[in-house]
Design a protein around this ligand. Structure first.
Ligand code: CAA
Length: 259
């Protein structure tokens, strides 16, 4: 693939958006190759966690490709928006956790890509924003929906209506990112977190992700019912018996089998 790099280390897949000259802007080619890469990773049951980052030191993703969008018709814009949303929803509902390692600009579609991930870690030089109204459009890959859910409607509206970018420290203060690191420490921190997740029972982690995500879209009683089902389903797995046996036998090391 031209625009996506994929490296797998142990149980962690690292996806790099690789279009550095255009600050990793999301052309249709990037979105298509990202979509294919996610399908490829999904077929590899040994991957327990994903990290998404951008090539180079300056940008995570500087948005959807403005040059490609400029002359789109209404119908073409709808198709493009639909496709971007499908790819990002695939990330949000992916069977294992996805960490965004935000190494610079995360604007428009870049902020939306980061928000479709489960956890966002940022470098000190990261900049977040939804500058679309300054281009005469609205956010189109989930920004109007996920930003308000993550940081609350008031701050989301302030950022979106004002096309106001924010730096990493402000993103941390409003809960948009989990942690901020010096740029040179970002990937190490993301790998450490991913490896920590990958050490746990993969099916239990997947069930917990589904319970949190589906529960957030439900009333509390439906959410509790979702949790009870995901919790009980773990008792079908070998990893549940193994994990509890390890605890009771005071085992120092454990390796889950993903079964
Ligand atoms: N689309 C296409 N090309 C882009 C791009 C984008 N979103 N962002 C940057 N580029 C290209 C620039 O056109 C430039 O290309 P050339 O060298 O061929 O001229 C190259 O990347 C480097 O960019 P700059 O020279 O502008 O770099 P800078 O350091 O001066 O500025 C920046 C960096 C502030 C991020 C600036 O590039 C910028 O504002 N980019 C656009 C950000 C934006 O508006 N994103 C939202 C897009 S709309 C969207 O995403 C809709 C949606 O929700 C689906």
């Amino acid at each position: 693939m031209e625009t996506i790099l994929l490296n797998t280390e142990n149980h962690v897949a690292i996806i790099t958006i690789n279009r550095e000259k255009a600050l990793n802007a999301l052309s249709t080619q990037v979105l298509t190759e990202l979509n294919q890469t996610l399908d490829e990773i999904n077929a590899n049951k040994d991957v327990y966690c994903i990290i998404i980052t951008g090539a180079g030191a300056k940008s995570f993703v500087a948005g959807a490709d403005i040059a490609e969008m400029k002359d789109k018709s209404v119908e073409e814009a709808a198709t493009y928006g639909q496709f971007g949303n499908e790819v990002f929803r695939k990330i949000e509902t992916f069977r294992c956790p996805v960490i965004a390692a935000v190494n610079g600009f995360a604007l428009g579609g870049g902020c939306e890509l980061a928000m479709s991930c489960d956890i966002r870690l940022a470098a000190e030089n990261a900049v977040f924003g939804q500058p679309e109204v300054g281009l005469g459009i609205t956010p189109g890959f989930g920004g109007t929906q996920r930003l308000a859910r993550l940081v609350g409607a008031g701050v989301a509206k302030e950022m979106i209506f004002g096309a106001r970018n924010i730096k990493a420290d402000r993103a941390y203060a409003i809960g948009l990112v989990n942690a901020v690191y010096p740029a040179e420490e970002l990937m190490g921190a993301a790998m450490k977190m991913a490896n920590g997740i990958a050490k746990n029972a993969p099916i239990a982690v997947a069930n917990a992700k589904r319970a949190i995500n589906d529960g957030l879209q439900s009333d509390i009683d439906s959410g509790i019912a979702i949790e009870v089902k995901e919790f009980a389903d773990c008792f079908r797995t070998e990893d549940q018996t193994y994990g509890m046996t390890c605890f009771l036998e005071k085992a120092k090391e454990k390796t889950f089998s993903n079964k």
